[in-house]
Design a protein. Structure first.
Length: 369
């Protein structure tokens, strides 16, 4: 790639990020005032603290219904967000959403092993589906969800919010544009010390340990920074089974991904150490994001031709949560396919299963298309 082209790619990234309008992200310019109605299923921590408060910052999305097994939560959040009794559902009443025309999209924010069931039931009720990551507990479940939405003619999107976050978007543009030369290596690390006694540590509900929950950010980043699918996976797991947190799920997994272009990604997933970041390393330097995927506070540093400098973007018009909600709404309004459709969740799950297989069998696993 010529220097001129590289400069042009960089210019586009900074300019669009500064204006708050980025390709693939919803813009307020859509020629309709209709807001797409969301039902949120599962009123836990992520739903109530990160998602529901951010409908207020959306141009095309609004919260219209709640689904929970806890009547006091329906009462509390129903009152807080002005959701009438007719739009509050228990899990047993869930299928009645079919008769509610105000609900366009069902946002599934439940423990991982419940994603497939509620996504399929939402599709069968004729609703579009936004589902949290990891998409499900297995490749087979992901395929079932995709098939159900295809059959119902409804859209399916996965909650990969980092794809709507400006620093991650700039990192993708710079990495794929060869800003520090062709990418040779990616390092990506995600982990946190997990607290005991929660569904994430129960394999029946989580589908797996740190890899499903937090390591998926390292994997997803390696895939979006290259724009490629890995062809080979090699993984090593380290879990202290005497630690009561890790009776049924893994703690740490280190995994190496080999991509068709020759890029190698060295990744870490952990439930017992604190890190969040990645680095794209090319022939002329590196692009670093640390932290890379938290709710706020991304910090970018670039080292190029021997010079290390921070890269700072202005605050976005919409944060990553509102941008994600608006993107799905815009897809419903325009008929477009979501940027992070079900196939994206399936692609991660295929690699996660290969990572588990590699770690269990202590061998390299090849991935075929
Ligand atoms: P949480 O434990 O805070 O909430 C889970 C909710 O599911 C609770 O309201 C609980 O009552 C309900 N629930 C229904 N049936 C249940 C059952 N059988 N067992 C346990 N709980 C049940 O969890 P969370 O942190 O909100 O995570 C929910 C989903 O959101 C997960 O898939 C998680 O991976 C995802 N998540 C995504 C992000 C992100 O940044 N994209 C962040 C956090 C969580």
């Amino acid at each position: 790639m010529s220097t001129g082209t590289r400069r042009e790619v960089l210019g586009i990234g900074v300019g669009l990020a500064a204006s708050g309008i980025m390709p693939g992200l919803s813009s307020p310019a859509l020629a309709t005032t209709r807001k797409i109605g969301y039902a949120v299923v599962g009123l836990g921590s992520y739903a109530t603290r990160q998602i529901m408060p951010n409908f207020g910052g959306c141009d095309h999305a609004r919260l219209v219904a709640l689904v929970s097994g806890t009547p006091s939560k329906l009462e509390k959040y129903g009152a807080e967000y002005g959701i009438p009794q007719t739009h509050r559902y228990s899990y047993a009443q869930f299928d009645r959403i079919r008769d509610n025309p105000d609900i366009d999209v069902v946002y599934v924010i439940l423990p991982n092993s419940l994603h497939a069931e509620y996504a399929v039931r939402a599709a069968q009720a004729g609703k579009h589906v936004l589902c949290e990551k990891p998409m499900a507990s297995s490749v087979a479940e992901c395929q079932t969800m995709i098939a159900a939405c295809r059959k119902a003619g409804t859209k399916l999107m996965i909650g990969y919010r980092s794809r709507f976050e400006p620093y991650n978007r700039l990192a993708i543009e710079l990495a794929r544009g060869g800003h520090v030369g062709p990418t040779r290596l990616i390092t990506a690390e995600h982990g946190f010390p997990i607290k005991p006694d929660q569904w994430r540590l129960d394999k029946a509900l989580s589908g797996g340990g740190s890899m499903m929950d937090i390591g998926i950010y390292s994997l997803n980043a390696a895939r979006y920074l290259t724009g490629e699918e890995p062809v080979e996976v090699s993984a090593v797991e380290s879990t202290d089974r005497a630690d009561p947190r890790f009776r049924s799920v893994e703690d740490r997994i280190s995994f190496v991904l080999r991509f068709p272009s020759g890029v190698q990604a060295n990744c870490i997933s952990s439930y017992s150490s604190a890190h969040n970041g990645y680095r794209v390393i090319g022939t002329q330097g590196w692009i670093g994001l640390e932290p890379a995927t938290p709710y706020t506070g991304q910090t970018m540093t670039i080292r190029k031709d021997g010079v290390t400098a921070p890269r700072t973007l202005p605050p976005p018009v919409r944060n990553q949560f509102a941008a994600q909600l608006d993107h799905m709404a815009e897809c419903v309004l325009t008929g477009a396919t979501p940027m992070v459709a079900g196939e994206e969740g399936l692609a991660d799950m295929r690699v996660i299963e290969a990572i588990y297989r590699s770690a269990a069998e202590r061998r390299t696993v090849e991935l075929t298309a």
